[in-house]
Design a protein around this ligand. Structure first.
Ligand SMILES: [Zn+2]
Length: 383
């Protein structure tokens, strides 16, 4: 057992600051109490205890291609199968790939992230490379795989078999986008994920041209098609049009917004405030390692300030902090993201915060501010 003592705790979903001891047994928070302790004591004096962070969208395999292709059109950089990233990945040995993946996972832990959701390419073999790379790194990975047949084949029976095989090895399926995949294939993949209770995700409406092409060819926006197919996670939604926001707000889908990636690629800024106003569950992801460090503090700070800037209005920083904790935990079916009895003990102790702990975490905390990081009830960094 572990007790975190003397810290001010951001409690429950409301993240109300209270001076409480957190008692942890195995991987679970079992008690929040004003006094008393059990087992080993972690001293949280002068620290704020906050839920550790969830990065809801990365392509960790692209860690080998950092900062290449800057200034090129987005299609030329990332569109399969002939984008710059695909050429580099094709030329990289699996050993090199594993080393760069390991570095990225270490960087995530050092910046308070204990869970990440990865879009993994390369079929079962690609999933195995990540499994091997993450050995002995105490981070939780949620792996969404894919198979080449999803975009190459018309044979739905073969696609269903490939999807089942992928799902035997990972947590769900993550698709590149509707440009690469047909609607009947998308529906089949979602259905196959649903059958085994796993996640389905797809990039949608990352830039306006994709939306106009979708409307021209299919009479529906990419977002409408993704909601119709029943995907759990819609990645980007930088350019909703028509009734897209209301449609997603009424659905059970979560939008994973990646504002730094959209900014880096000059495709737009996701309308985060409009998403919230329409009741959308929003999570944040750092997206491709080519353009961004996997640092969720940076993502939260950019999301907060760019949203205030484009809307010229105040946005509560708590809304942004929830996009890295509470909201993705709900979307992923993960009992974490909140400091509350019965939840998984994924906690960071932050030192040197200002009088406004949430704003201080977003604006000022980087790796140097993390005193202790706890994942699944075990100390993985610090004291
Ligand atoms: Zn992506």
């Amino acid at each position: 057992m572990i007790t975190i003592k003397n810290a001010k705790v951001l409690c429950r979903e409301a993240m109300e600051l209270q001076k409480l001891n957190i008692i942890i047994q195995d991987n679970e928070i079992v008690e929040l109490t004003p006094r008393g302790s059990k087992g080993r004591v972690v001293d949280g004096q002068n620290c704020v205890a906050a839920p550790s962070l969830i990065n809801s969208h990365v392509h960790i395999g692209d860690s080998v291609a950092k900062d290449v292709g800057d200034g090129e059109p987005i299609e030329k950089i990332v569109k399969p199968p002939n984008g710059i990233k695909h050429r580099i990945l094709g030329e990289t040995s699996s050993k090199e790939m594993m080393n760069s993946m390991r570095n990225s996972m270490e960087e995530m832990l050092q910046t308070g992230t204990t869970t990440f959701v990865d879009f993994r390419e390369g079929g079962v073999e690609g999933i195995e490379i990540l499994e091997e790379a993450s050995k002995n790194i105490p981070i939780r990975k949620i792996v969404l795989g894919r198979h080449a047949s999803f975009q190459e084949s018309d044979d739905l029976t073969q696609i269903k078999m490939a999807a089942k095989e992928i799902l035997n090895h990972c947590d769900g399926i993550g698709l590149s986008g509707f440009g690469e995949i047909k609607d009947d294939v998308a529906r089949l993949i979602v259905e196959t994920c649903d059958e085994v209770g796993k996640l389905s995700a797809i990039h949608v409406a990352e830039y306006l041209k994709l939306q106009s092409e979708s409307l021209n060819v299919h009479g529906k926006t990419e977002i409408q098609r993704a909601v119709d197919a029943g995907f759990n996670l819609l990645i980007h939604m930088t350019e909703p049009v028509d009734h897209d926001l209301e449609t997603v707000g009424r659905s059970n889908a979560t939008v994973v917004s990646c504002p730094r990636s959209n900014g880096a690629l000059s495709v737009g800024i996701p309308p985060i405030k409009a998403m919230l106003d329409n009741g959308v569950n929003v999570a944040l992801g750092t997206d491709n390692l080519m353009f961004n460090s996997p640092n969720m503090f940076s993502e939260m700070e950019y999301a907060l300030k760019v949203t205030r800037g484009i809307y010229k209005t105040h946005l509560d920083p708590l809304e942004i902090f929830k996009m890295a904790t509470v909201n993705p935990a709900k979307a992923l079916g993960l009992e974490a993201g909140v400091i509350e009895e019965g939840k998984i003990a994924d906690i960071m102790l932050i030192k040197g915060v200002s009088g406004d702990p949430i704003l201080s975490i977003i604006n000022r905390t980087r790796s140097k501010g993390i005193n202790t990081l706890i994942k699944d009830g075990s100390v993985v960094l610090g004291a």
